[in-house]
Design a protein around this ligand. Sequence first.
Ligand code: SAH
Ligand code: SF4
Length: 350
Amino acid sequence: MHLPVPGQPQKTDIASLRPEELSAEIAGLGQPKYRAVQIYSGIRSGRAIEELTNVPLSLRNSLAEKFAVPAVSVAKKQVSSDGTEKYLFALGDGSFVEGVFMRYNHGNTLCISTQVGCRMGCAFCASGLDGLLRGLNPSEMLGEIAAAQRETGQRVDGVVMMGTGEPLDNYEASLEFIRAVSSPESFNIGQRHISLSTSGIVPKINALAREKLGITLSVSLHAPFDEMRSRLMPVNRRWGIGELIPAVTAYQQKTGRRVSYEYAMISGLNDTPECAHRLVSLLSGKEAHVNLIRLNEIAESPFHPSTKENLDRFMGILEHGHINATLRRRLGRDIDGACGQLRRRSSEKN
Ligand code: SAH
Ligand code: SF4
């Protein structure tokens, strides 16, 4: 994709070019084809043009006149007692996004952001409070991985697109990121180790299904009734539950990949037996998994997390209804200010 470099709009983002686009640019400079391969694998694993030491200095200099690799660095970090690290990433135009590095027995997973802010306006979420500033370039999403690997000295084995922003509202860039990150020249993270979370932009779910990717789709449901869901998630006013669930089911059938529904338990609102029974009837017989999440309290919203009794009762009804459900294990509890809060706090200070 031909995109400007954030903070240096006169330059083209070389690390967001598709392989064939980069090859054409390199051929245009009168360079042999293998150079494009060298440059591609360098910049797509997070190196800057100056750091491409296997490329002659004269070529690096001429590349740097027209191109740059967007900067992503760790501006702030919080480390949890369980080893989880939460980052505030600084981008080249002075904006910030969040990422979380989680250590599991099966490997390390990084939660990345796809937009600076979000325009979906969910009532319980800190990321949307100030609206959307811009979408991230694919290269900046790759840059989050490179920055986390530099910070920890460890490999990122899996990625969840669940940080700031709605990935399907930055569709082309998110798709290009998925293709890039899973390629052997880049981070070689298999699509089975990538999940994408969406608030439910139905036409984009349909488009994604046609890409036949191996990723896991996560859908933020949070309420089984339209009236309640529209109140929590304005996107539901456009595409209601009656459109969303068939689209997600079609996605599952087309890709053969299991889908999951995220459901943050809000005290006295969506945690009632009535909601649980309704959820059972919505998902009964479908190849789907429900992740019950503990709500993170944010100062700006009136919602509180469910009590353990309500959670257990809800879980019991799902199990009884043969719905596959888990209470998500949470890493980094002691640092886990709700998603989006680290970024907000720092922008308040600045
Ligand atoms: N925009 C996408 C992905 C980023 S949000 C989406 O909405 O799915 C990642 C997840 O965090 C979503 O499931 C979202 O609903 C959830 N989330 C947002 N604010 C939350 C909060 N305060 N407590 C618990 N989960 C929250
Ligand atoms: Fe955006 Fe997701 Fe937050 Fe909703 S929950 S405002 S879609 S980041």
